[in-house]
Each structure stands twice: as structure tokens, then as C-alpha cells.
Design a protein around this ligand. Sequence first.
Ligand SMILES: [Zn+2]
Length: 327
Amino acid sequence: MKIERGIFIHYKELVKPISLRQYDAAIARLVHYPEKREEMIIERGKLAAGYRGQLAFDYYLRLIQNESCYVLHNIRLRLNDAFFQMDTLLLTNRFLLIIEVKNVIGDLIFDFEFQQLIKDRESTREIYNCPIQQVMNQHQKLQHWLRLNKMVNIPIYSIVVLTNPKCFIKEVKGDRNFIKSKLMRSSRFNIFFVGLTNSVSNEVLMDRETNQLAKRFVQYHTPQILNIYERHDISQQTISHGVICHDCQYFFTLYSPNSTCPTCSRPQKSLIHQNVSDYSLLVSPTFTNVEIRNFLNVPSRYTMKRLLKSSPQVKYSSSTYHHPLHD
Ligand SMILES: [Zn+2]
């Protein structure tokens, strides 16, 4: 987390979302249930496409030049009993900008009248929620959230950015000018941002306050952890136990803290880190030595202890290990 006066500050970095990491861990360990595995691979594909879109759009965010601007990725906030998530939130001392990033390929029909996005590709039609409506909902929720938390009254803007050059906008249904003001390809974003900055002349916040607001968002952020079992109607027992090498998908018994993968010789450090991370993603981020040993089938308590000690991500307190999940 970098805090300094500058032209561009990546305040909350873009990292691989926890949900995507959960799917990676589950798919690798769902070896005896091919149908469920297939179902998960499809779900994972959708999440991965979204993440790839965000990575691609990050290039344009890094071109922002005109003023101190904080960039926060994947901020998820609680509002009453529910949560709302914003793909990208930009903070300047004049306004906030919510950006919904869409990475879709195909012929698109934006039907704002009936709040749907229709995607035709290779003779199949898929219907999604209208992203313009989605970002407008986020806009409203953010306004409400700022008010409830007694934070500054600052103008909010919201847009949808299409990141995939292979999407073709075939038709828009609804107020064409309004849709055009809300929807753009990533290549237009920087011109739009300069225009928006010039049109909002009033500086609502001092630099220190913008920084404080960015800090508050990160403080209030709650990462999304999926209940993958409920979602796919499987029990936790379907997940294969043991130490797995995520490079070659080989399961094996780890007898010594210095062991490497018997087939591809992957080094022990990254191996154990990923397996502890699997437990954290699929079972619980808090565990005892015996719990994680049962999951990873590590026979020796001392081997496990040494491995956990060598992993910088694992913290130990009151006889319990913690491997917190961040995104
Ligand atoms: Zn291996």
C-alpha cells in the first residue's frame, strides 16, 4: 500500500480474488467427482474472465496523469444486512468514480428498458443483468453508505467499461444519449477521465482528507468468501485430502519438512504455502496442528509444526494457527 502525493496511487492493489483462488483449490482437489468438477470449471471461467478484464483495464488506469488519484480495486462494503462490491473505485479530491469492468466477447444488445444485456456468440444467446443498472445500483448504495457512516458529501459518478476489443455493440435499447454517457470502451477511458476532472472544478477535499477517505474504504472492506459447497451442492468430504503439487496435480505424503514433489521436484516452500492456503480457502483460515495435519495427511506433528513455522503467511497465537485471506 503506497501513500504519497503523486499523480497516481494504487491504494488497494488488484490481486487475484479469493473466490477465484477458492475455485482453483477446489478444482485441483475434486478428483473423484468429474461432473461437479466440470461445473466448477465453468464457474471459474466466468470469474477468471472478469479478473482478466480488470487486469487489462489496469493498463489504462496507470495512464492517469492529471491529479492525485487513488485507485481502489474490488472494494466490498456492508450496507445494512447486505454487501455491495465495486470493481474499481477512483478517489480524487473533487469526486468519486465507480467503474464496472466488463470483459465480454460477442454481439451485445444493451437493453436498458428491461435491464438486460443480451450476448449472442456462435449461435448461442446468453442474458445477463444490465451492467449500467448494476453500476447505478452501486452508485446509490455508495451514496447511502457515505451518509450512514457520516462521511463527506462528494459527487459520485459511475460508468461501465468494456475491456474486450472483440465485443461488438449491435444495439442499444433505451435513452441512447444516457447509455452513451455511461458506457465506453477502455480506450476512451482516459479522455473521459480528463473531461470529467475538468468539468468538476470544485475541490471538496483537501489532500489529507482524500487520503483519509481512501484509508476508510480499505478499513471497511470485507473480502468475499464463497460457500463453495453450498453453491455446488456438495459436502466438504468430496474434497481430496493430502499434500498436492499444484504444478503437476500429484498427491503424496510429506514425511520430511525438506521434501519436494516426487514427480516434478517443486520446491518445498511454495508447495507447503499453497497447501496451507488450500486449507484456508476450502475449510477455515484458523486451525490447529492436528486439524491441518488431518487435511494434508502429514504423519508427523513436528514436521507440520516446522512447516507452519517456515511459512511467513501463517501466524500463531493461543494454540491456533491463522492464515488470513486477503484480496
Ligand atoms: Zn509436482
